[in-house]
Write a protein that binds this ligand. Structure first.
Ligand SMILES: [Zn+2]
Length: 143
């Protein structure tokens, strides 16, 4: 990984040929990059979920906002300084396929801040917007 963090907590720099931060085993250029550049749109809720995980790691504020349902979208996103999203494990999905209009993805997102490690276990709800693009609506935190 060649991710550089700038001290202002803005977007990180990533090169296309590194492993994608979503943990897909593909290069960034073959995975989440086309979504982050709006060249392609995720076909499934799970793909959107992964691209948003990468966007959180890379501090891509614009992408996160645009893929957030307007009824639940926050005014702004505060990225925790020094926090790294290190691993994403998808452990459940319901609908969210190409033919569906809504879907749920259950995942565990692991993070690290300095020497501290933790995880977020969540069941997220996604819905297609008027342009047929998947968007994150909300999530239910699990123990
Ligand atoms: Zn990816």
């Amino acid at each position: 990984m060649s991710i550089l963090i700038d001290s202002n907590n803005t977007e990180k720099t990533i090169t296309p040929d590194v492993d994608c931060p979503c943990g897909s085993d593909s290069k960034y250029s073959d995975c989440c990059l086309p979504f982050h550049k709006y060249e392609k749109f995720p076909a499934t809720a799970e793909q959107l979920m992964k691209s948003r995980f990468s966007a959180f790691e890379l501090h891509f504020n614009d992408y996160l906002m645009r893929t957030w349902d307007e009824t639940t979208r926050p005014g702004n996103i505060e990225f925790t300084p020094g926090l790294h999203w290190t691993k994403l494990v998808i452990n459940g999905r319901k609908k969210g396929r190409k033919k569906d209009r809504e879907g749920w993805v259950t995942f565990v997102a692991y993070y690290q801040v300095g020497a501290e490690e933790g995880f977020l276990h969540e069941k997220s709800f996604f819905r297609r917007n008027e342009n047929e693009h998947w968007q994150y609506v909300d999530g239910e935190i699990k123990p």
